[in-house]
Design a binder for this molecule. Structure first.
Ligand code: UDP
Length: 408
C-alpha cells in the first residue's frame, strides 16, 4: 500500500502531543495486525459523534497499513423513525415496542445485509441501527458490536429483544464500565476520543476564529456562553436557555446555541423549530453545518455548556476542554467521567446549578484560566484519538492470538 498520505494525518503527527515512545508502541501494535481488512458499519455519514469518530479513525488506521473501510446503511424515513425511538428508549425513555416496529427494523436491516458483502477479517457494527445484520452472514471472522449510547438505564423489554442479536457477536465495546450489561458476549470498555487535527479541533488562529464568528454576524461585545450539539432533547437545549436567562440577570453575556441534525435523526428539525421563538439579540440559535464555526466558538466562548440529560460520551465536552475553555456539563453518563467537578470543569444537575456556575465563571477569569489549563491537560492525557486507536489495536491483537491458535 502507498506509504505516503499527503495532507492526511498519520500517527506521526501525534508525537507532539503524546511523545515518540507512545507513537512507536502504537506502530508496533499496528504492525502485528497489518494484514487485516476491517470494515465499520453505522447509519449516518454526517452528524453526531459516531461519524466524527469514524471519519478520523478509519483514515488513521489506513495510514498504519490496516485496510479499514466505512459503510453506512440506508433506509426509508420510517426505519429511522423506529431506530430513533429505540435510541431514546435505550437511554431510559419509553417505547411501545410493537410488532410493526420490529418488522420495519428487521426488514430494512435484512435488505442492507443483502447489499453488503462482508468478507472482512473484522466487522465492527456501530449502535443499534445495523445490529441484526450479523444474522445474514456465515461468520468467518470476529464481529464486534460497538455501542455508543448511554446505557445506564436501558428499556428492559427492548434490551432483551436486542440481546438475541448482540449475543451473536464476538465482543461488545461500550464507552464505560458504568454501561456494563448482563451478556454472554465479552464486554470491553473504550471511551471515545477526539481528533486534534480535524476541522473541529485544529489549532485555529485568533484571526481565523474572529473571521468565522464574524461571518455569521455573531457580535463579540459580550462574553459568549455556548452549547454546540445536535438538536436533540437529550442535550437539553431548553435547560440551556433557562440557565442562561437566570445567569444574564447577574452578569452580561450572550448565548449561542449551535446545532446540526444527523441524517439518521428525524426528530432534529422539530427540536430546532421548537426553540426558535425564544431567539433574541442575546439568544442566538443556529442550525449550521460548519465544523470550523464549532471550532471557533469553542475557542472564543467564555464558558461552554453541555447540559445533557443522557450522554454516552460527549465529544463536544472534550473538544471544548482541549481548547482550554471551561466546560459545565450535565452530571450524567460519560460526562461524569470526562469532567472532574471543580477541578477541570463543573458537573451540574439542574438549571439553577448551571446558572450559578455560569455566573461564577464569568465573574472569575482567573478561575476560567486555571480550569482551562487542567481541562486541556486532561484531554491530552486521556481523550486523544491515539489512545482510542491503541485500544482497538489491542482488541484486534487479541483476536489474532485466537486465530493463530485455531489455525496453526
Ligand atoms: N457537531 C458539529 N456541528 C454541530 C453540532 C455538533 O460539528 O452543529 C459535532 C461536535 O463538534 C461533535 C459531534 O458533532 O464532534 C457530536 O458528538 P457528541 O459526542 O457531542 O454528541 P452526539 O451527537 O454523538 O450525541
Amino acid at each position: 500500500m502507498d506509504q505516503h498520505h499527503h495532507g492526511l494525518i498519520t500517527i506521526d503527527d501525534y508525537k507532539q502531543h503524546i511523545g515518540e515512545d507512545t507513537v512507536t508502541r502504537i506502530k508496533d501494535k499496528a504492525r502485528a495486525v497489518q494484514d487485516l481488512h476491517v470494515v465499520n458499519i453505522n447509519s449516518t455519514y454526517y452528524g453526531g459523534g459516531v461519524s466524527q469518530l469514524l471519519g478520523s479513525l478509519t483514515i488513521l488506521m489506513n495510514s498504519l497499513g490496516i485496510e479499514t473501510g466505512w459503510r453506512t446503511i440506508h433506509g426509508p424515513p420510517d426505519f429511522f423513525s423506529v431506530t430513533k425511538k429505540m435510541h431514546n428508549a435505550l437511554q431510559s425513555g419509553d417505547i411501545n415496542w410493537s410488532d410493526r416496529k420490529k418488522e420495519i427494523y428487521e426488514a430494512v436491516v435484512h435488505q442492507n445485509a443483502i447489499l453488503n458483502h462482508l468478507t472482512h477479517d473484522v466487522v465492527i457494527v456501530h449502535d443499534p441501527q445495523p445490529l441484526p445484520m450479523i444474522l445474514y452472514y456465515r461468520k468467518g471472522a470476529p464481529w464486534i458490536w460497538r455501542c455508543h449510547i448511554d446505557l445506564e438505564a436501558p428499556h428492559r423489554e427492548l434490551w432483551d429483544y436486542l440481546t438475541q442479536f448482540i449475543e451473536r457477536y464476538d465482543a461488545v465495546i461500550l464507552s464505560s464500565e458504568i454501561y456494563a450489561q448482563k451478556l454472554d458476549t465479552p464486554q470491553v470498555f473504550f471511551m471515545p476520543a477526539i481528533d486534534p487535527f480535524s476541522i473541529v479541533n485544529y489549532e485555529m488562529s485568533e484571526g481565523e476564529c474572529e473571521e468565522r464568528i464574524g461571518h455569521y454576524g455573531i457580535p463579540m461585545d459580550l462574553p459568549l456562553v455556548v452549547q454546540v450539539s445536535r438538536f436533540d432533547r437529550w442535550k437539553d437545549p431548553q435547560g440551556v436557555i433557562d440557565a442562561f436567562n437566570i445567569a444574564r440577570q447577574e452578569v452580561p453575556c450572550r448565548l449561542v446555541l449551535l446545532g446540526n441534525v444527523a441524517t439518521d435523526d428525524p426528530e432534529g428539525p422539530e427540536v430546532y423549530e421548537s426553540l426558535l421563538s425564544q431567539q433574541t439579540d442575546d439568544i442566538i440559535i443556529m442550525s449550521q453545518q460548519d465544523g470550523a464555526l464549532v471550532n471557533a466558538l469553542q475557542r472564543k466562548a467564555a464558558v461552554v455548556l453541555q447540559k445533557s440529560l443522557r450522554e454516552g460520551f460527549g465529544l463536544t465536552v472534550s473538544e471544548a476542554m482541549w481548547k482550554g475553555t471551561p466546560v459545565i456539563g450535565g452530571n450524567v453518563g460519560g460526562i461524569k467521567l470526562q469532567i472532574e467537578d471543580g477541578v477541570n470543569g463543573f458537573l451540574v444537575s439542574s438549571v439553577e446549578e448551571a446558572a450559578e456556575k455560569i455566573v461564577a465563571l464569568l465573574r472569575d477569569p482567573e478561575m476560567c484560566r486555571e480550569i482551562g489549563v487542567k481541562a486541556k491537560e486532561t484531554v491530552r492525557e486521556k481523550f486523544l484519538l491515539s489512545r482510542y486507536l491503541e485500544q482497538y489495536l489491542d482488541l484486534f491483537n487479541s483476536f489474532e492470538t485466537v486465530y493463530k491458535l485455531r489455525m496453526p
